[in-house]
Each structure stands twice: as structure tokens, then as C-alpha cells.
Write a protein that binds this ligand. Structure first.
Ligand SMILES: Cc1ncc(COP(=O)(O)O)c(C=O)c1O
Length: 456
């Protein structure tokens, strides 16, 4: 262990980490990156098969983004958007985002992370309904296995147990409805369409039981990323949206992973037929070169806030770094690069190779389901393909597979026993082959290990 690992274990309070496991192991310390590769402090090279945290869409070390950031730091290092102040990168980025939005959008509220973006969404829903004289319409419905962040409010929207345990969340205005994962949760003989119908009926039952007059919004990712790359079943959003519209419930579309091309279209909403009221974007917005998030809203959501903010003295929400000019300049350049370098088209071009190689992993003895779309996918490891039986969590089979892959120079991510892969958009067909060759090797070694342990 070099000094860096030791110092890390002494001083870093790691986010989203199993602290007990980390204490028995050591961190992977990265020192540099270029293209789709990163290097650790021992000089070992890895393919960053997760684009960091589903976010470095343009890969590492892009000169144009580096130049954009440096120029903006020299030109106007900082400016804010409070109290009527403004700056060019913030204005131009907002105009760009409004033009890209897949609905009749008009305005952008900036933050620094996907979590604070979704937190802003909740506060907007509340302010809006208060302004309309509907103060009871405050509950937010999210889904089991959804992921929307880890702030005090958004950790509760997130429907994954480790984000609730010991934190005393969800707060009391949050409700959860079914996770739409056909492979795991459909009943025997149920078609995808029937399954979607059942989930929409369950949502309606929940809304009616809670009283529709108390439900302000429904929040959903187009596909569930952190939940394990779960794609909505056929007809899902069409049926869910019919229920939301019936009870005048807003649909917040969390595009933090899907936004800007990940699923093969600029927005996941376009891929899966969602009709969002508003969108949260982050990650690919700046290719993760700098932290920035955007909440994109229609005018009808904004207009009712104007008068009450006057009465209150101001619209009292915002961050010092809302629309930070350096982050905004980098984000604007990122969005231009997607178009100039034809990256939306590139994702569609390499998708067949990616999805064919992913689907082939479905034949592996350990893989119950191989699922994905565009440049994102996952395999779900099972102890019995016929019965779809899962491994017991304590065996950490997914983590084992992730570690074997990492030993061979491929970074993937274990989410329980689903192992996800989500490379930068710049990946080539040849690199996709390399990713899946290494992934298969990791799976083979996991199988050998599982046999030795008597798990299969
Ligand atoms: C769909 C989704 N929403 C929100 C978030 C939270 O974003 P952040 O970690 O930037 O707060 C994430 C992070 O992975 C996400 O995947």
C-alpha cells in the first residue's frame, strides 16, 4: 500500500461506500485519464467502463473543454445569478437547454448536482401548488429502486434501502410505487403490456388511497440507472401518464443519467415515450468536467411563482454556484461538441455492437438477464437461470465480478448482483469488443469462484 492509500483510509469519509468493507481493503486511487482510459497510482491502466459515475460522456482530458474552462476562468472567474445579476455563459446555456428540451420549456434553474436539482424540483412543486391555492397538493410519488440523489429530501425519493437505513428518511411527504422490472417482478404468464397495466392500476390505487388532492408530482428516471439499469416494460409510461393526467399530477423526468444521448436519443423521455412536465439534467450536461445541474421548466410552472415571490420579498431558493460561469461555459461547449462531433449519431452507430455483445453475455451460466439500450447495460447474476433465484447478498457475487473485471483492467459497477457497464460516448467498436472480452473473462472467473464456494 502506498502512502496515498494509507492517508485515504485515515482521512477520507467516503460517500456511497460500504465503510466496513473499505476498512478491510484499500481504495483504488486514480491519478490520470485520457480518452476512455484511466490510470491508478501504480501505473495500471483501466478502461473506464462506467464513464466514472455514468457521466464522463466525452471521456477524459478533452482539450477543448480544458481550454474553455481556462478561458472562462481568465475572463470572468465568478459571477452569480442572484438578485437580477447575470452572465453570458449562464444565459447562453439556458437558451440552449430550452431549445433542446423535449417539451415546451422556457426556463432553467441551475444547481451543482443531480441531487440538488431534484431537491429544487420538489420545492418548485410546493411553491407552485401553494401559489395556485392548492396547499394540500404536496406529496411526491417515486418508485422502489429509483435513484434521485441523497440530500435530505431526495434520499427519500430514492427507493433503495441503504439510502434510508439509519438516516430517518423518507420524509413524510414521499410515497413509493412499484419498481417496473419485468424480469424480476412480473407474475407468471403476464405479458409486458399486462404488467404495465397492473403497475398503472397499482399507482392509481395508491393515489386514490392517499387522496389525489394531496399528490403534487410523480418523479421517474426514463430508465433506472443506479437501481440496476432497469428498462421500463412495454407501454409503461403511456399507462402511467394516463393516470397522472387524470389526477393532474406533474411528471418530473429525472434525466441525470439518460440526458444528452445515453439511450440513443438526446433525452431518455424520447426513447421511452415520456411526456415530462419538467426535467432534471446533470452528469452529461458538462460531461462531468465541472459540477452543474439544470432544472428545465415550462412557463406555466414559472409564471405563478412571480407574484408570491414579490410578496415574500424574493424567490428564496438558490445556491452561490447556481449557474457558475466556468461550469456553464464548459456545459455549453459540451452540448455544442455533442452536435459538432455528431456524438448522438455516434452513439447510435456503436449501439448495435454494444448491445449485441451485451446480449451475448445473457448466455453465460451466471447471467439471468442481460439488459440495456444505447450505451448502457447490465447483467443480473443469478444462482439458477431456470428459477431466476438470486444469490444471498452476503456472498457479494456482483462485487466479486466487479473486482475480477477490475483486476483485468476494466471498471464496471456492481449494484447488488447486477453488474453495470456505461462507457464514454467516444468508445469505438473495437473498444467495445475489448470491454466485453474483459467482462466475459470476469464473469468466467466469478463462475469458477462461485463453484469453488459451492454457490452454484
Ligand atoms: C437518475 C439520477 N438522479 C439523481 C442523481 C444524483 O446526482 P448527484 O450524485 O449529482 O447528486 C443521480 C446520480 O447518480 C442519478 O443517477
Amino acid at each position: 500500500m502506498t502512502n496515498l492509500e494509507g492517508l485515504d483510509l485515515q482521512h477520507i469519509f467516503h460517500p456511497n461506500t460500504n465503510l466496513a468493507v473499505l476498512r478491510q481493503s484499500e481504495p483504488l486511487v486514480l491519478t490520470r485519464g485520457q480518452g476512455i482510459h484511466v490510470w491508478d497510482n501504480h501505473g495500471k491502466r483501466y478502461i473506464e467502463g462506467m464513464a466514472g459515475l455514468w457521466c464522463t460522456t466525452l471521456g477524459y482530458g478533452d482539450e477543448e473543454l480544458a481550454r474553455t474552462a481556462a478561458e472562462q476562468i481568465r475572463k470572468l472567474t465568478f459571477a452569480h445569478l442572484f438578485a437580477g445579476k447575470s452572465h453570458e455563459p449562464g444565459i447562453l446555456l439556458a437558451e440552449k437547454l430550452v431549445s433542446l428540451a423535449p417539451f415546451d420549456a422556457s426556463r432553467v434553474f441551475y444547481g451543482n448536482s443531480g441531487s440538488d436539482g431534484n431537491d429544487t424540483q420538489i420545492k418548485l412543486v410546493w411553491y407552485y401548488h401553494n401559489a395556485l391555492g392548492k396547499p394540500k397538493k404536496k406529496k411526491i410519488v417515486a418508485r422502489q429502486k429509483g435513484y434521485h440523489g441523497t440530500t435530505l429530501a431526495t434520499a427519500g425519493l430514492t427507493g433503495l434501502p441503504p439510502f434510508h437505513a439509519n438516516f430517518d428518511v423518507p420524509l413524510d411527504f414521499i410515497r413509493h410505487t412499484d419498481c417496473p422490472h419485468y424480469y424480476r417482478f412480473a407474475e407468471a404468464g403476464e405479458t409486458e403490456d399486462q404488467y404495465s397495466t397492473r403497475l398503472a392500476e397499482n399507482l392509481e390505487k395508491l393515489i386514490v388511497a392517499e387522496d389525489p388532492e394531496t399528490i403534487g408530482a410523480f418523479i421517474a428516471e426514463p430508465l433506472m440507472g443506479v437501481g440496476g439499469v432497469l428498462l421500463p416494460p412495454e407501454g409503461y409510461f403511456r399507462k402511467i401518464q394516463a393516470v397522472l393526467e387524470k389526477y393532474e399530477i406533474l411528471l418530473i423526468d429525472d434525466e441525470v443519467i439518460c440526458g444528452f444521448g445515453r439511450t440513443g436519443n438526446p433525452w431518455g423521455a424520447q426513447t421511452f415515450g415520456m411526456r415530462p412536465t419538467s426535467i432534471t439534467a446533470a452528469k452529461g450536461l458538462s460531461s462531468a468536467y465541472l459540477p452543474i445541474s439544470a432544472v428545465i421548466v415550462p412557463e406555466f410552472l414559472y409564471e405563478p411563482l412571480v407574484e408570491p415571490s414579490g410578496e415574500a420579498g424574493l424567490f428564496g431558493h438558490g445556491f452561490t454556484y447556481s449557474g457558475h460561469p466556468v461550469a456553464a461555459a464548459v456545459a455549453l461547449r459540451t452540448l455544442e461538441i455533442y452536435e459538432e462531433r455528431k456524438l448522438y449519431e455516434h452513439v447510435r452507430e456503436v449501439t448495435p455492437q454494444f448491445q449485441t455483445r451485451l446480449a451475448a453475455l445473457g448466455e453465460h451460466p451466471l447471467v439471468g438477464e442481460a439488459r440495456g439500450i444505447g450505451l448502457v447495460g447490465a447483467v443480473e447474476l443469478v444462482s439458477n437461470k431456470e428459477t431466476r433465484a438470486s444469490f444471498e447478498a452476503r456472498h457479494g457475487v456482483g462485487a466479486k465480478c466487479m473486482n475480477f473485471c477490475q483486476d483485468h483492467g476494466l471498471i464496471v459497477r456492481a449494484i447488488g448482483d447486477a453488474v453495470a457497464v456505461c462507457p464514454p460516448y467516444i468508445v469505438t467498436d473495437e473498444e467495445i469488443d475489448e470491454i466485453f472480452d474483459l467482462f466475459r473473462r470476469g464473469l468466467d472467473e466469478t463462475l469458477d469462484w462461485a463453484r469453488k464456494e459451492g454457490l452454484v
